[in-house]
Design a protein around this ligand. Structure first.
Ligand code: 26V
Length: 855
């Protein structure tokens, strides 16, 4: 069997030109072995871009100019593999997957692309000879922050895996002009600032003005009778916008495969908006054009409700209509017009319900434009679509008002009604005399204003529905989708999330990656299970020492980052206790704060026995309209102010909030973590992926039995992490069994003291009431996420963490064991599982035929 290493490394243009090192492996290569010719060609290309693209000399060039030139030099290196792999997929006539996602949280691309094409060492050598600092140049790249958090980052990891595995397919999304807002902290409060990642252009993308589709809205539907009893429907639209493609190449690791992300930007449709619609009203027509272009202007933050967000609804249809049109266009070019073959050639994955309108859109195109009958169109459509659910929280489930559909997508509403009519007939036939079941599963929610339940449409219109961790999938079956599970017992399956080891270990954690590569088969970034070879080394004192040194190097890097950017001094010898994720009540950052204050009180009262110095690190954004989350950020800053300023405690306890959490800061924070906080109320975090990133970087987890934490524990062993608190079943029982948070407080004097301090203004002396609503929500608002119920267990378990930390050798043994056993969470394996059973597509990269014990 051929493996990755048996293959000659793909020739890069650089190497081909000079006949140089075509097989350079940046991980193991000795710098003295680098080919002189390759370094020189790299330099020449860099200068050429600087001169011809930017019209700058080396003397004049700013760091940003160097970044742009370097990005173009790198892009040249990956473009050949990219176009080759697209051509190969087309000529093989292979089935491909289209991953539809409103979010792709890509982060920066320079370093990951250089690593993927195996040119990092050449680049370092060239820059060093030119007197340039790669680290400083890298910092010039703005983040492609086209996502909110885990869901968007998952999409980016999956495309990375598609590329590395050589699976034909790509991502489809929106080319937002403004990505995720930047978070600034002023007076301890979050302030949102618009993000402008495109100010200087994006050197990675290829604009495709020729790949362009009209997207229509509004108007009315007319029925046409052909006189022979055959009726059809014509949608007379009122508005039109153009969707223009922008392609981002995504190179696979090792230079074999490649994938892409096609992002649509909105352009006004000239003839419609500027001539017919607004004839004679020049200013008005330009305004109308601006309005249509606003469609791709900004990413919506995960806010508390989607209700009434007309622009968001328009965005969803905009990218879906363009993507489905593009998919059909490519199918037709490749396979002709036998639409029954569509499911053999294309799989469309719906990343959450955001792209669910693709189901009625495909039905509309097949029936209204291609003349297929309903049954045939429905069979094709169900064969193509699969849906991933990412949350059980009721407030996050999309329900769009019927009135909005009537106004903007009248034909789609008709089709949804027809899907619903046929589906409910089938339900009545399958389960007679259960009117309540019909009400519960209907695609239309009739309570209050009528609304379309997008999740129900996604379930009915897909051949497969998946959850993102085992417990989440089980809860989908027993809770949110229980009725559907009874109706379609085989439809709901689990696909536990994964992360790309390329970015999250090989790139982000160079000290550990280098150490691993010295002891483990160098293919580990494409076969993460190879890390199991580290297991015997967990007992090796010499290796443990090197492992600790790698961790210390990462902690020092974080310390200098936080010193530089925040002016906060931290002791790299202290235990780095890290909670980085979106701020949300269900994730319970507030529970972490309750522990910090408890610890602070013990220190103030001289109860230091068994305690170790800790630095508690937070980072995360709150949705702009989410008052409680914003107040939690303010509280963290207030507590940090008191704790960090207290000479009695400052050597024992520090609190740091890193502003503007994003992919790039995650790459610095995560490798530095000793302890990973995964403390959501059991049953609320669908999976989590930060939990995987932190464990893969050698942090031990303190967490609840929630999401993927459960499967992480199964892999690394419960003895190597710290579980605490109520299980999902106990949470359900507690909520329905007269939970009394006030009684919990009265029974625990330490907890009472903490709550009184927050409530009484101890951390906000100038504004004593500032944080009262947070405590009142716990004591009088029912404490929906059961912070007080889990408090005592959490604090006690944090004590166990201190004790474990004092046994440095034991801690390191657990950390090494954790890293060694995280192979299951490579996104490659997750994507292969989707590919095999849900998409029916095949990987072509040779390395992935050898997958170790998992496959
Ligand atoms: C959105 C909203 C918006 C309204 C306020 C409440 C709320 C709560 C959660 C969400 C997130 C919805 C979808 C999502 O991002 N899910 C995340 O998906 C990740 C990838 O599968 C997974 O690891 C996270 O556990 C899950 O929260």
């Amino acid at each position: 069997m051929q493996t990755y290493r048996d293959q000659p490394h793909r020739d890069h243009p650089v190497a081909a030109e000079e006949g140089g090192i075509s097989g350079a492996d940046w991980m193991t290569v000795d710098w003295s072995q680098l080919n002189r010719g390759d370094i020189d060609v790299f330099k020449r290309r860099l200068y050429a871009h600087l001169k011809h693209r930017l019209a700058r000399s080396a003397e004049e060039a700013s760091l940003h100019d160097w970044y742009t030139a370097l990005a173009h030099t790198t892009r040249d290196l990956l473009v050949e593999t990219w176009t080759d792999s697209q051509r190969a997929a087309a000529s093989a006539d292979a089935k491909r997957v289209c991953y539809l996602s409103l979010e792709f949280l890509i982060g920066r691309s320079l370093e990951s692309n250089l690593l993927a094409v195996g040119m990092m060492d050449i680049c370092h050598a060239a820059l060093a000879e030119m007197g340039l600092d790669f680290g400083a140049i890298r910092e010039q790249e703005p983040e492609a922050a086209l996502g909110n958090g885990g869901l968007g980052r998952l999409a980016a990891c999956f495309v990375d895996s598609l590329a590395t595995l050589g699976i034909p397919g790509e991502g489809y999304g929106i080319h937002y002009h403004h990505g995720m807002f930047r978070q600034r902290i002023e007076d301890g409060r979050q302030v949102e600032v618009p993000e402008n990642w495109l100010t200087y252009g994006n050197p990675w993308e290829f604009k495709r003005p020729d790949v362009c589709y009209p997207v229509r809205y509004g108007g009315r539907v007319e029925m046409v009778d052909d006189g022979e009893g055959h009726q059809s429907f014509v949608w007379i639209h009122a508005e039109e916008v153009l969707a223009i493609a922008n392609d981002l190449p995504v190179p696979g690791y090792g230079g074999f495969g490649a994938s892409s992300i096609r992002l649509w930007s909105a352009r006004a449709s000239q003839e419609f908006d500027l001539q017919d619609f607004n004839r004679g009203d020049y200013i008005g027509s330009v305004m109308a054009a601006m309005e249509s272009e606003s469609l791709s202007k900004v990413l919506y933050p995960d806010d508390s409700t989607e209700q009434g967000k007309v622009l968001r609804f328009r965005q969803e249809y905009f990218f879906v209509a363009a993507s489905v049109a593009d998919i059909l266009h490519q199918f037709r070019a490749q396979s002709g017009a036998d639409w029954s073959l569509l499911p053999e050639k294309v799989a469309i994955q719906l990343n959450d319900t955001h792209p669910t309108i693709a189901i009625p859109e495909l039905m509309r195109l097949l029936i209204d434009e291609q003349g297929l009958g309903w049954d045939e169109a429905w069979e094709i459509s169900r064969g193509v679509f699969a849906y991933t659910n990412h949350t059980l929280l009721p407030e996050a489930l999309e329900c769009w008002p019927v009135a909005l559909f009537e106004r903007l997508l009248p034909r789609h509403l008709q089709i949804i009604y027809e899907i619903n009519r046929r589906f409910l007939d089938q339900v009545r036939a399958q389960v007679p005399d259960d009117a309540d079941l019909v009400r519960r599963v209907s695609l239309i929610d009739e309570n209050g204003g009528r609304r379309v339940r997008m999740a129900h449409l996604a379930v009915v219109g897909s051949h497969c529905v998946n959850g993102v961790a085992r417990i989440h999938t089980d809860l989908m079956k027993s809770g949110l989708f229980a009725d559907f599970h009874r109706l379609y017992p085989d439809k709901i399956v689990n696909r536990t999330n994964g992360i790309t080891p390329r970015r999250w270990l090989n790139q982000a954690n160079r000290p550990l990656a280098r150490l691993i590569s010295r002891h483990v088969d160098e293919d580990w970034p494409v076969n993460l299970d190879l890390l199991r070879a580290l297991l015997p080394l967990a007992e090796d004192a010499g290796f443990a020492e090197e492992f600790r040194r790698a961790k210390t190097a990462n902690k020092e890097r974080f310390t200098s980052f936080s010193g530089r950017t925040l002016g906060v001094w931290i002791d790299p010898g202290s235990l780095f206790d890290v909670q980085v994720k979106r701020i949300h009540e269900y994730k319970r950052q507030l529970l972490n704060v309750l522990h910090v204050i408890t610890r602070y009180n013990r220190l103030r009262h001289g109860l230091t026995a068994g305690m170790v110095p800790r630095t508690v690190i937070f980072a995360g954004k709150a949705a702009p309209g989410y008052a409680a989350a914003k107040m939690i950020i303010r509280l963290i800053h207030a507590v940090a102010g008191v704790v960090n300023g207290d000479p009695r405690t400052r050597d024992w306890l520090r609190v740091v909030f890193v502003p503007n959490y994003n992919v790039s800061s995650a790459e610095v924070i995560i490798p530095a973590a000793d302890l990973s906080e995964q403390i959501s109320t059991a049953g609320t975090e669908a999976s989590g992926t930060g939990n995987m990133k932190l464990a893969l970087n050698g942090a031990l987890t303190i967490g609840t039995r929630d999401g993927a934490n459960i499967e992480i524990a199964e892999e690394v062993g419960e003895e190597n992490l710290f579980f605490f608190g109520l299980t999902a079943e106990e949470v359900a029982a507690c909520r329905s069994g007269g939970y009394d948070p006030m009684a919990v407080m009265h029974a625990n004097p330490e907890l009472a003291e903490v709550l009184n301090m927050i409530r009484g203004g101890y951390f906000s002396p100038g504004e004593p009431e500032a944080f009262r609503p947070l405590v009142d929500a716990l004591l009088y608002g029912g404490d929906h996420y059961l912070l007080l119920a889990d408090y005592a267990a959490y604090v006690a378990t944090q004590g166990l963490v201190d004790a474990a930390w004092q046994d440095a050798a034991g801690w390191t043994r657990s950390a090494i064991t954790t890293v060694a056993r995280m192979g299951k969470f490579s996104a490659d394996l997750t994507v292969l599982d989707y590919a095999r059973d849900i998409w029916g597509v095949k990987a072509t990269a040779p390395v992935m035929q050898d997958l170790g014990p998992y496959r």
